[in-house]
Write a protein that binds this ligand. Structure first.
Ligand SMILES: [Zn+2]
Length: 268
């Protein structure tokens, strides 16, 4: 079930010749989810109440070559940490790991399994990047930061309150953390950021975009106070090039993913 995702230019090129991912588009009014509450609250599952678990679980087509031991300074390995309706991600470069989002509380077993899959331990986690302050993305922060005692915590400056009592470094558009570009994607929250590995073509969109049943969605208007800004953020993401995009809610979209975001951006 756990599947290692390894990305580098070689796999990128391999995928260029592979099958095309079919993507349909819905308007931004279609259900996607996130919490409306910016505080760090212990909630057992996504507060949206919607079942966002897509039915295409396990359908990803990544190479699973964690056993080859190959060292590629350019490449990253990424791993989804799926927690009910929300997902966090591990991004590993060499022996160092960044955690992007922490999900809801009480999911350390999911992180343990994901770290094991990429051959890492908590001591390898040097960065915790939070895409935004909603409880289903930062709720696990105290536990994750407690175990990743070597890690620095980063969150968008306007969402800094989401870190609660955990010391965090504010980040803004254009910053770089662990070789990852921070792209300001406000609207869903004022301090929402997305995280891009340019070399690998790997984007963590957080809740700036969502996916459901193979379809790209914008953030849920119900939980997005500034949809105009959120739509502008989608258009900013559409200016970038990436092969894979992963979401807080929904399954990863792999293979020429930025083309799909461009097409979606034209509908909003
Ligand atoms: Zn959210």
């Amino acid at each position: 079930m756990a599947e290692l995702h390894r990305l580098n230019r070689r796999t990128f090129l391999n995928r260029m010749g592979g099958s095309t991912v079919a993507v349909a588009f819905l308007s931004s009014g279609v259900l996607a989810a996130c919490s409306s509450d910016g505080s760090v609250v212990p909630v057992a599952s996504g507060p949206d109440g919607a079942d966002l678990t897509s039915t295409t679980e396990g359908s990803t087509s990544n190479e699973v070559d964690s056993q080859d031991g190959e060292s590629d300074a350019e490449g990253i390995r990424w791993q989804r940490v799926q927690m009910g309706g929300v997902s966090a991600y591990l991004i590993a470069r060499g022996s160092e790991v960044a955690v992007v989002d922490t999900g809801n509380p009480n999911n350390i077993d999911k992180f343990d399994a994901a770290l094991s899959t990429i051959g890492a331990q908590w001591g390898d986690v040097k960065h915790i990047i939070l895409t935004h302050k909603h409880g289903d993305h930062v709720g696990g922060l105290p536990e994750v930061a407690g175990l990743a005692s070597q890690a620095s915590v980063y969150i968008g400056e306007a969402d800094l309150s989401g870190a609660g009592d955990i010391a965090a470094e504010p980040i803004n558009d254009g910053d770089e953390v662990f070789g990852l570009q921070i792209i300001g994607t406000p609207g869903h929250t004022a301090g929402h950021v997305s995280v891009l590995d340019v070399g690998a073509g790997f984007l963590v969109a957080g809740d700036a975009l969502n996916e459901r049943d193979g379809m790209l969605l914008g953030p849920n208007p119900q939980y997005t106070p500034d949809m105009e800004t959120a739509n502008a953020s989608v258009k900013r993401l559409a200016e970038r090039t990436f092969e894979t995009v992963v979401f807080g809610h929904g399954n990863p979209l792999e293979g020429d993913a930025s083309d799909a975001v461009v097409a979606f951006a034209q509908t909003i």
